[in-house]
Design a protein around this ligand. Structure first.
Ligand code: NAI
Ligand code: MG
Length: 350
């Protein structure tokens, strides 16, 4: 098998972590008798300076020809305002390909201490609705600047949107422990979240083997810190998922580890796989960036392409290194971005 991968390094450490991770993925592919054919696309803030836009007008169309998109990070606020760089590239891709599901694994890699007092192992998959809900952008302001000013931000939940993210969650739960947590705030939001609860019941009827628990978002936020080992698949709306995945990143040791898959569950277009962190201008160009979030995102990409054995080998190789305490400075180690990636590559290549 050959997979065509669009490589979007983007800006800052995005370039550094993607360049470090890509050879590692190619090594694991070789071991599993498939090839990854990468096409580097230089769409970035630099590209913006020479072309006046973040990507070509047909950028999203070009991406449709690939099997997956592997992205570093976008944004250099000193050169291009974030609302332009992120909107014209990242958000344009997410919307253009209708990547409505955002999935993020949260667990501690072997040897990584994490900030929690309890040492009970946890393994959470947060699934966030990525296109509508509280971030739909509907709303406005009246009496601007006056004493009677009102700002309205309307959350929009469609049956199709809620159903597809729930269904994706149930499919994942079925492949994992068989447990799913549905997150709402239906005691306070009596329209959208009651609807979400109804949709959860409706979809659950198709998955009698999955054990569903409903949580209010505040309660599950606390639970992720006090008892994360009691959770498995967590499905949440755009805003709630945004907040819960930041808690997830925190309990797994920080942004250096957090990986994300952006998927269109109806298929037919490539998914986009990326570290959760940004371009980190404060450390760029110094070899300090932790490549593990990007490698983990690479494992999610291999998994999504159907190469589960390769994905598992990659995660094992990562943990064979982290268990020794070796790592980049953010992990308390002394390795550079490239050195850490090469240690993992060496394990895979042996
Ligand atoms: P950031 O995630 O780039 O950095 C936050 C802090 O975490 C910094 O101190 C940074 O040094 C550290 N950090 C991040 N990734 C790290 C890694 N792999 N290894 C070690 N340390 C790491 O967030 P920030 O500074 O708010 O944003 C910088 C730029 O990135 C902005 O333009 C922002 O809009 C953009 N951004 C892009 C994202 C994306 O492309 N998906 C996501 C978040 C921010
Ligand atoms: Mg966030």
């Amino acid at each position: 098998n050959n997979y065509r991968i669009a490589l979007l390094p983007g800006d800052g450490i995005g370039t550094e972590v993607l360049e470090a991770a890509w050879p590692v993925l190619q090594t694991v592919a070789r071991q599993h008798d498939f090839t990854l054919e990468g096409t580097w696309l230089p769409w970035s803030c630099d590209y913006y300076h020479s072309h006046g836009k973040m990507m070509p007008a047909d950028g999203v169309e070009q991406l449709k020809g690939f099997d997956a998109i592997y992205l570093g990070a976008v944004g250099l606020p000193d050169r291009v305002p974030d609302h332009i760089s992120l909107r014209e590239l990242l958000l344009a891709i997410r919307q253009g390909l209708d990547l409505s599901v955002n999935a993020r694994p949260h667990r501690l890699l072997a040897g990584v201490p994490g900030p929690l007092r309890s040492s009970a192992p946890f393994d959470i998959l947060c699934i966030r609705e990525n296109t509508e809900g509280e971030y739909s952008g509907a709303g406005g302001r009246v009496h601007r600047g006056g004493d009677l000013e009102v700002a309205v931000e309307t959350a929009i939940f469609t049956r199709a949107g809620v159903e597809r993210v729930l269904r994706y969650g149930f499919e994942q739960a079925r492949q994992r422990s068989g447990r799913l947590a549905s997150v709402t705030k239906s005691n306070a939001q009596r329209h959208s979240m009651v609807f979400w609860d109804e949709m959860t019941d409706r979809v659950a009827a198709d998955y009698p083997d999955v054990d569903v628990t409903r949580y209010h978002v505040d309660a599950i936020a606390a639970r992720m810190i006090t008892a994360p080992e009691t959770l498995d698949v967590v499905v949440a709306s755009n805003l709630f998922g945004d907040i819960l995945t930041d808690i997830g990143a925190a309990i797994q040791g920080g942004l250096g580890f957090a990986a994300s898959a952006n998927i269109n569950p109806t298929g037919g277009v490539p998914g986009m796989f990326e570290p959760v962190h940004g371009s980190a201008p404060d450390i760029m160009g110094k070899g300090l960036a932790n490549p593990l979030a990007t490698l983990w995102a690479g494992a999610l990409m291999l998994e999504h392409l159907g190469e589960s054995a390769a994905a598992a080998d990659l995660m094992d190789a990562i943990e064979e290194v982290t268990v020794t305490g070796a790592g980049t400075p953010d992990m308390g180690g002394t390795l550079s971005t490239g050195e850490l990636a090469r240690q993992i590559q060496a394990i895979l290549g042996r």
